[in-house]
Design a protein around this ligand. Structure first.
Ligand code: NAP
Length: 525
């Protein structure tokens, strides 16, 4: 008999345990079993209909302000249980405290941010988009664009690296919009997502059907989607292709947001010198980005572009910082960087590094260092690797392959335009960061990179202590990116509500529009 606990799913308004043995989640450092997940035998049609009908109706009956109150109450429940979440993150994600915080506290912060934003929307039940527009010379007949919550369910298919933040950064704007949520966490780290949902459900904050969690297989979930539902996917480009071509999206026009992988860049000003503030800021951020969450961040810096004359100095400076990164068991206080999320990811990252090495030279490899309190044969621990290429225009793989671990490639450039062209070889990324003391260069770089990046992070010495970090996704700024990054948009303050609302042009007399306006509030960003 299997004694590893089987996590129940909260689906169709009740706790339901899947059939069979399910999939066992492991401690990625110790290799020990933690819990199992299964959704075999659950009636998917029943669960989706329950969320859509019961949850949707109850949420839409509330105003934005009332729903914001629910988010605020959820924040309190999650905060009260933080210690348990940190324990689970150590056990299931292999993360050190500061990396767990990005996921756990980052998720709770985002929820709290939307609670505040929603409060300001008052007792409205719809959003007024822009001013009324006259339809002719006569001001009597006019158009008012209106945003109404969609009468469907929001399905979230999430990635393994952010079991907390990945849930709340999507659920906050969905629930605030009045749209019920069904979350399917990535199997490897589903435990934390399931527990957070359980705590919120047990607290009795949300109406029945507003929040469901289904762990284990993704089979059949997309088949349930109907035209007014939405699906928000975060994960690999490969799975994104499957989601995008599913008949629900391709034939039934289910709205789909994709956050996929990305080859994010950091760029150093061509006029920077060794040891300058801009140089030091880039070096510190690259080292932080490579090692934060063991490089398992969709926003992590993968390509570092520096003026050719600074290539060797940058390699040495980053290498010196990486050499200080102790890797191993996150339970040991001397460990700076924990493990990858699973032994499968370990294999995938090692294979990825080998692939990048077919083009790149190795500038730093921490592999000689001993692991802290961890067995190399069991733990999913990979030490940081800095690769390099002096003629990156000739590289292919380095601009195409995302290795989801503590790995980045240093690249030399000869002039500003070449640097932008190299960055654009990523074919659309989530974020580029630029390090410079020259405002004119930063403004040029921002405009050169903004069309191919969801976010451009400009770092000059004056913001050195107040900046929020290259890889940190803040709820007030847009998250997403064009092209291979998936073409999606999330967060960006109230912009996020757009995905969960339907825009309609209401053409009517001014008198009717006056009555309608009483239910709405102008959408101001
Ligand atoms: P993944 O393998 O694509 O899995 C993502 C999710 O899709 C998981 O929940 C997975 O479930 C599910 N899934 C797998 N096959 C599916 C199918 N045929 N139909 C429907 N769902 C399916 O990605 P991952 O390995 O978890 O995450 C790593 C990747 O995510 C990286 O490439 C990273 O860049 C990207 N990422 C992007 C962002 C962003 O915001 N842009 C954020 C985080 C991560 P199972 O776990 O059960 O297989």
């Amino acid at each position: 008999m299997n004694t590893t606990p089987l996590l129940p799913n909260f689906f169709a308004g009740r706790w339901q345990t899947g059939a069979g043995n399910g999939t066992t989640l492991l401690d990625p450092v110790l290799g020990t079993p933690l819990v199992r997940v299964s959704n075999t035998g659950l009636d998917l049609a029943e669960g989706f209909a329950f969320a859509r009908e019961q949850g949707g109706q109850a949420l839409r009956a509330l105003s934005y302000q009332q729903r914001a109150g629910l988010l605020g109450a959820m924040v309190k429940v999650l905060q009260a249980n933080r210690d348990a979440y940190y324990e689970m993150a150590i056990a299931n994600c292999g993360t050190v405290t500061k990396d767990s915080a990005v996921d756990i506290d980052g998720g709770i912060f985002t929820l709290g941010y939307y609670a505040k934003q929603g409060e300001a929307l008052g007792d409205a039940t719809c959003l007024l988009d822009g001013e009324r527009i006259r339809m002719g010379k006569d001001p009597l007949f006019q158009t008012q664009h209106v945003l109404n919550p969609t009468r469907g369910v929001a399905l979230f298919i999430n990635a393994f690296n952010f079991p907390s933040w990945g849930l709340w950064e999507k659920a906050a704007p969905a629930l605030l919009s009045g749209v019920p949520v069904i979350v399917k966490p990535a199997t490897a780290t589903a435990w934390l997502t399931q527990r957070m949902v359980q705590d919120v459900v047990d607290a009795g904050i949300l109406p029945a059907g507003a929040l469901s969690v289904i762990c284990g297989s993704s089979a059949g979930l997309m088949d349930q989607l109907q035209p007014f539902d939405v699906v928000s996917f975060t994960g690999s480009a490969e799975t994104a292709r499957i989601i995008r071509s599913h008949p629900a999206v391709a034939q039934r026009s289910v709205r789909c947001n994709i956050e996929a992988d990305s080859l994010n860049s950091a760029l150093l000003d061509p006029a920077a010198t060794e040891g300058s503030e801009a140089f030091n800021l880039l070096v510190a951020e690259v080292a932080r980005e490579m090692t934060g969450k063991s490089g398992q961040k969709c926003t992590a810096i993968r390509r570092i572009l520096v003026p050719r004359a600074l290539f060797d100095a940058t390699a040495q400076a980053i290498g010196a910082k990486l050499a200080k990164t102790t890797v191993g068991n996150p339970r040991n206080e001397s460990t700076r960087m924990g493990s990858l999320v699973s032994r499968e990811q370990f294999d995938s990252v090692l294979a990825g590094i080998a692939h990048l090495k077919t083009e790149a030279e190795v500038l730093f490899d921490g592999n000689g260092a001993a692991l802290v309190d961890a067995d190399r044969a069991i733990a999913a621990c990979v030490t940081p690797v800095l690769l390099g290429h002096r003629q990156p225009a000739q590289a292919q793989v380095l601009h195409e392959v995302e290795v989801f671990g503590p790995v980045a490639t240093l690249m030399a450039y000869d002039d500003e335009e070449q640097a932008y062209a190299l960055i654009r070889r990523g074919e659309g990324s989530l974020v580029a960061s630029v390090y410079s003391a020259d405002p004119a260069f930063m403004a040029r770089a921002a405009l050169a990179l903004a069309d191919s990046h969801g976010r451009v992070h400009m770092i000059s010495p004056d913001v050195a202590t107040s900046q929020t970090g290259h890889g940190n996704v803040m709820p007030m700024s847009l998250h997403g990116g064009p092209g291979r990054a998936g073409g999606g948009e999330e967060l960006g303050g109230l912009r996020a509500l757009g995905f969960y609302h339907r825009r309609s042009a209401v053409q009517a007399s001014s008198v009717a529009l006056d009555v309608l306006a009483a239910s709405g509030t102008p959408l101001k960003y």
